[in-house]
Design a protein around this ligand. Sequence first.
Ligand SMILES: [Cu+2]
Length: 162
Amino acid sequence: MSLRTNKYIGYLFEVAWILPSVAIPVAVLVAVILTAFAVGITVPGAAGRVDPQALASTAPFDQPGLKELAPGRYEATLIGQTFVFLPNTIEVPRGSKVTFILTSRDVIHGFKIVNTPVNIMLIPGQISRVTHTFSEPGEYLFVCHEYCGAGHHVMSGKVIVK
Ligand SMILES: [Cu+2]
C-alpha cells in the first residue's frame, strides 16, 4: 500500500468517529426538543410553598381527598407522612383526568403511580402537582419511592379506576 492509500484510510476512520460523535448529541437534542414541545413531557416543578407544621389549617391540605371539579375532572389532595398517604385510596371513573396536589408533613417521600408516568418527590414545605388521565380501568398502586424510614416499604395506596 502506498503512503497515499494509508492516509486515505486514516481519514475514513476519523470520519467514522467524527460522524457519530456529532450525530449522537444532535439526536439527543432533537429527542429533548420533541418530548418537551411535541409530546409535552416536562420536569415537575414546585407548585408552591406550604408550612409543613400548619397543614391542618392550610388549604387544600386541611381537607385532603378527592374533589370533583367538573365531570371527568378531579383534584386529589394527598399528604405523605411516615409511613402513610392521606388518603390512601382514591376512586375515579374511567377516563378521569386527575390532578394530584401533594406535599409531605415530615421527611422527603416519593409518589409513584405504577404503570403511569406519574413519579414525583414530596418535599416538606413544597407543593408538588402532577396530572394524569386514567383511560384504562383497574387498580393503580402508588408507592413511596424515596427511602423515608423503617416503615417505608409499607407506604402505599391505590387509585381505583372503574
Ligand atoms: Cu418512603
